[in-house]
Design a protein around this ligand. Structure first.
Ligand SMILES: NC(=O)C1=CN([C@@H]2O[C@H](COP(=O)(O)OP(=O)(O)OC[C@H]3O[C@@H](n4cnc5c(N)ncnc54)[C@H](OP(=O)(O)O)[C@@H]3O)[C@@H](O)[C@H]2O)C=CC1
Ligand SMILES: O=C(O)C1=N[C@H](C(=O)O)C[C@H](O)C1
Length: 269
């Protein structure tokens, strides 16, 4: 049985994760945290998640539950996540990180923990998106150098704070790597005004934010006469939450290292 605690348990993903842990017979809900000073400290996690009382209450400090859990699941914000990674290093815990929007410095800071903490870090925990990454690798190798323009389009709910999504960036990176390109050199994140025609090798990104869209990603390979689109649409956050719980069970048995969902799902090259 893997004992799991959830950081940001009152958030959109936090509440969904409570449901996913409860549905998994090999996982138990060991605790959950909310932001320090939150009015939800002491709230029952089951009630937060719409499941009725579970007898496990929200805390505002991981110290309070440090002996109760084996693996932390964190879908919050970059600085919060990095603090929790340090906590895990100090206390011999494991962590699954779904947080997106880390900048280059934050990514370097995260990476520095790879020898000290077993952790899974992935911008999208769904099986479907991770399979899509493999399809993109194949498509990019076959089409990318044959005159096909590559564009990534993503759509999310109106509350999302980072753009492009972590998944869109990952999709762009996979395509770029397959073609010996980099997003630093070839990524185009804005087109406005007299921006001129596109260049052959650029990889463009477009972002939609509207209503309650859970998460949609399309990578387009377009040339004269045809267009191929590889699309993933999430219709429920449970797909991410179930993946995260699967990752928590998986990482509970692993030595220190930085892993992603391709490792968890056995899809890594
Ligand atoms: N990898 C994946 O598969 C997925 C990743 N994500 C990513 O997960 C992240 C969260 O998304 P979402 O759930 O929609 O966002 P929410 O804003 O709904 O949830 C984040 C929660 O974290 C809480 N929080 C902030 N600081 C702390 C703290 N110090 N301790 C404990 N809790 C804290 C917030 O509380 P408060 O509201 O009080 O500030 C909030 O409840 C985003 O980066 C998103 O992109 C989302 C879905 C899937
Ligand atoms: O913020 C979200 O909601 C999501 N974020 C992730 C991302 O940035 O890729 C994954 C998913 O699409 C939902």
């Amino acid at each position: 049985m893997t004992r799991i605690a959830i950081v940001g348990v009152a958030g959109r993903m936090g509440r969904t994760l409570v449901n996913a842990v409860q549905q998994d017979p090999q996982a138990s809900l060991a605790g959950g945290s909310v932001e320090p000073g939150s009015s939800l400290v002491g709230a029952d996690l089951g009630e937060l998640a719409g499941l009725g009382k579970l007898g496990v209450t929200a805390v505002d400090s991981l110290e309070a539950i440090v002996d109760d859990f084996d693996v932390l699941i964190d879908f919050t914000a970059p600085r919060v996540t990095l603090g929790n990674l340090a906590f895990c290093a100090e206390h011999g815990k494991r962590i699954v990180i779904g947080t997106t929007g880390l900048d280059d410095d934050e990514l370097a800071e995260l990476d520095a923990y790879r020898d000290r903490v077993p952790f899974v870090f992935a911008p999208n925990m769904s099986v479907g998106v991770n399979l899509t990454l493999k399809l993109l690798q194949t498509a990019a190798r076959a089409l990318g150098d044959e005159g096909y323009d590559i564009e990534v389009v993503e759509a999310h709910h109106r509350h999302k704070v980072d753009a492009p999504s972590g998944t869109a960036l990952k999709m762009g990176e996979v395509v770029a790597e397959s073609l010996g390109r980099t997003l630093k050199e070839h990524g185009v994140f804005e087109r406005v005004g007299q921006c001129g025609p596109r260049s052959d090798k650029e990889i463009g990104f477009a972002t939609v934010r509207a209503g309650d869209i859970v998460g949609e990603h399309t990578v387009m390979f377009a040339t004269e006469g045809e267009r191929i689109e590889i699309t993933h649409k999430a219709s429920s956050r449970m797909t991410f939450a179930k993946g995260a719980v699967r990752a928590a069970r998986w990482v509970a048995e692993r030595p220190a290292g930085r892993y992603d969902m391709q490792d968890v799902l056995g899809l890594a090259d």
